[in-house]
Design a protein around this ligand. Structure first.
Ligand code: HEC
Ligand code: HEC
Length: 174
């Protein structure tokens, strides 16, 4: 991808070009990585039943509704003590998504129902989503091994055996 240029000057140009690409990628990323200051309560409480989701993947209003309705959380009772709920809630608000494609509140406040999510995953067929190794689109870590860190780079995608996408680049499996 980086142009191969033999001279020292060429290498400097190549390095500058690579830095530019990285900056552009970070921009497009919209900050979906996990912030550095993840509260222990978030990892422990919100990571008990599924992978922890980066706050930047939902707008503030969606997180507010989720935190207000933990007793009826997608068919589960995910209630936690008030102090933890307050800490997690404030942190989610501070780091909620503001990037333009995330600003819209998705149906059921689900990341997996957002328009950008459908666009990014439109190559995956419905049978792949239902594989036992996947079970639900909400199990991001089934295909994104770095999900815990908020690493959703498409270069890091590893589809479980049997899962297919029409994007040729992702035909590789573990
Ligand atoms: C008792 C288990 C449990 C706990 C604890 C829990 N969740 Fe969930 N959560 C679920 C289930 C079940 C779903 C639905 C998963 C599915 O559709 O496959 C879900 C879904 C979600 C989704 C939507 C995923 C999607 O489809 O885009 C978000 C966001 C979420 N949880 C956030 C949280 C947060 C924040 C906490 C901590 C305050 C939390 N969860 C704690 C069980 C739990
Ligand atoms: C069945 C496997 C699978 C699951 C489960 C899955 N993804 Fe993906 N995801 C992919 C594949 C494959 C791509 C690459 C699509 C492409 O670029 O063609 C992708 C791409 C993405 C991208 C765009 C990456 C980029 O660099 O543009 C994001 C963001 C993303 N997924 C987030 C998520 C989140 C968040 C979850 C869970 C709520 C999730 N994914 C669940 C397979 C999956």
């Amino acid at each position: 991808m980086t142009p191969r240029l033999p001279t020292p000057h060429g290498r400097r140009v190549a390095a500058a070009f690579a830095a530019l690409l990285a900056a552009a990628a970070a921009q497009a990323d919209g900050g979906r990585r996990m912030p550095a200051n993840v509260p222990m309560a978030y990892s422990q409480e919100c990571g008990a039943c599924h992978v922890v989701y980066p706050p930047a993947l939902l707008p503030a209003a969606s997180w507010r509704r989720q935190m207000a309705g933990l007793d009826k959380h997608y068919g589960s009772d995910a209630s936690i003590d008030t102090a933890s709920a307050q800490q997690i809630g404030a942190w989610l608000q501070a780091h909620a998504g503001t990037y333009k494609r995330v600003r819209e509140e998705p149906p059921q406040d689900r990341i997996t129902r957002a328009a950008w999510f459908a666009r990014k995953h439109d190559g995956i067929d419905s049978a792949s989503w239902r594989l036992p190794a996947v079970k639900s689109a909400a199990n991001c870590n089934a295909c994104h091994p770095g999900a815990e860190r908020g690493d959703y780079e498409d270069d890091a995608v590893r589809m479980p055996a049997g899962a297919t996408t029409n994007r040729w680049r992702f035909w590789r499996h573990d």
